[in-house]
Design a protein around this ligand. Structure first.
Ligand code: UGA
Length: 497
């Protein structure tokens, strides 16, 4: 019997270019769930995206795109109402689907453990609705042993053991480039403990692994990453290994960032340039030059939470992962160092007007969860600074979490800079690396820039007349003597400004 026959005819729909059309339910329509649902539809499957937030589902049905994610609007427009449906009815979706992906939130508990209560309640609902063989796939980031627990609660809730398998299929999507990451992955990891389960997972991703998706003329016009091999690589593992792969990948990337932040601190102490150091170490192919950008520390909905969860699961299983404690400590210290840098640039902070460029946790997203920029703004407000903020996408969300007093929001970097005593760069938006420096200089009261993302060369800032402070590189002084602040000069000459 061939593999496909073993899957059972009921699981496989009609044959399409590049594979079988499968019926898939994706539970949770947040960043991960919505992107996965749209991309599964894009590679040919019939998908139901489920959420218990009726308002969210209604908006999705009406064509609203709830998150800022490149290419997602295009995919939703193409597939909504056709290969991609939105619903709040989990049980019906389970009955109709052969694979149920769980992509609900797994927030941190107080002690750093992952709160798996949403995963548990979805597992119970799936158990209640199961009518024929299905795979239940963890897509959310979960600690090792979660698949074991999902299986256990489903059995306790009466799901027949032969009617389901639990798998782990971690995602490696970055916010802002999630669609490209899904369709052109470095690797796809599928963890399953039975052949029928692993086969079904492989079938789902076949259009990517056999390369047929990339030959389609109607595929989304995405520029493939450099060195793209032409087909995605699938790594099949046990469920436990797949669960560990997800946590270990994020922990390693965060370790790389904290490592280079620590190196940048030594560079500052001795007067070396971390950019040169990065080039020197990153060109060793064993190290690589990606994820070696020093700054104000990592943030976002994944790294901070996942590191704590991985450390917690290690501790519970008898291993003290002290390396991760150091990674977390260095990351927190990096924000404090940036604040000290602002003080060094401005002396006292109370009453200072500061232009802030960037509130999102990184460029290309409106997400402010665990954003180092937001934490820095909060600290500056506490010190009595007046903040003039600009972010291309994250201002609406920031308004919800930042105090309303002491902060104003502006519609361009130049408007934010107007009359400010200094400008702080807190997020690596591409737009911020390409500012009109003369214009910026004329808006600021004092030509001071503290760049937490190293977006400029100190020499070009010096030529443009700025006092420029960055991370891990020597401070730059303006080439020419600083002119009197525009407003003071005008006041002494009696001119109104
Ligand atoms: C991260 C991982 O990169 C994804 O592979 C993973 O799927 C995802 O978490 C997840 O677990 O869901 P993401 O949080 O979107 O993706 O953002 P990254 O691009 O990884 O950046 C994370 C943080 O590190 C940001 O605050 C960023 O500014 C910071 N960072 C990144 C640095 O400070 N330096 C760098 O060199 C790179």
């Amino acid at each position: 019997m061939c593999r496909c026959e073993r899957l059972g005819a009921s699981l496989l729909g009609q044959r399409t270019r590049g594979g079988n059309t499968l019926k898939i339910a994706v539970v949770g329509s947040g960043y991960v769930g919505l992107v996965a649902a749209a991309c599964f539809a894009e590679i040919g499957h019939d998908v139901i995206s489920i959420d218990n937030d009726a308002q969210k589902i209604l908006l999705l049905q009406q064509g609203h795109v709830p998150i800022h994610e490149e290419h997602l609007p295009e995919l939703l427009e193409r597939h909504s109402g056709k290969k991609l449906k939105f619903s709040t009815d989990l049980e019906e979706a389970v009955r109709q689907s052969s694979a149920i992906f769980i992509a609900v939130g797994t927030p941190s508990t107080e002690d750093g453990d992952a709160d798996l209560s949403y995963v548990e309640s979805v597992s119970r609902a799936v158990a209640a609705a199961i009518n024929d063989y299905k795979i239940v796939v963890e897509k959310s980031t979960v600690p090792v042993f979660t698949s074991h627990w999902v299986r256990k609660v489903m059995l306790l809730d009466g799901a027949p053991a032969d009617l389901f398998d639990v798998a782990s299929n971690p995602e490696f999507l970055r916010e802002g480039t999630a669609v490209v990451d899904f369709l052109y992955p470095d690797r796809i990891v599928t963890g399953g403990d039975t052949t029928r389960c692993s086969d079904l997972l492989r079938e789902i991703y076949r259009p990517l692994t056999d390369g047929s998706y990339y030959k389609r003329t109607d595929r989304v016009a995405i520029v493939a990453p450099a060195n793209w091999p032409g087909a995605a690589r699938l790594i099949g593992t046990s469920t436990k290994s797949a669960e560990i792969i997800k946590h270990a990948s994020n922990a390693f990337l965060a370790t790389k960032i904290s490592f280079i932040n620590a190196v940048s601190n030594i560079c500052e102490s001795v007067g070396a340039d971390v950019k040169e150091v990065c080039e020197g170490i990153g060109s060793d192919s064993r190290i690589g030059n990606r994820f070696l950008n020093p700054g104000i520390g990592y943030g976002g909905s994944c790294f901070p939470k996942d590191l704590k969860a991985f450390r917690h699961v290690a501790r519970e299983n008898g291993y003290e992962f002290s390396l991760l404690s150091s990674v977390i400590a260095i990351n927190e210290e990096q924000r404090a160092r940036f604040l000290r840098k602002v003080r060094t640039a401005l002396w006292t902070l109370k009453g200072k007007k500061l232009a802030v460029l960037g509130l999102a946790f990184k460029g290309g997203t409106d997400d402010i969860r665990e954003s180092p920029a937001i934490e820095i703004v909060k600290s500056l407000l506490k010190e009595g600074c007046e903040i003039r903020a600009y972010d291309p996408a994250a201002m609406e969300r920031s308004r919800e979490v930042l105090p309303s007093r002491g902060i104003s929001y502006h519609d361009s970097p130049y408007a934010a800079a107007s009359g400010a005593d200094a400008l702080l760069i807190l997020t690596d938006w591409n737009d911020f690396a390409d500012l009109d420096l003369a214009n910026l200089r004329s808006e600021l009261s004092y030509p001071i820039i503290v760049d937490g993302r190293n977006l400029y060369q100190p020499s070009s800032m010096s030529n443009a007349g700025f006092l420029y402070y960055s991370v891990g590189r020597p401070d730059a002084q303006p080439k020419q003597q600083i002119e009197r602040p525009v407003k003071m000069a005008a006041a002494s000459s009696g001119k109104a400004v």
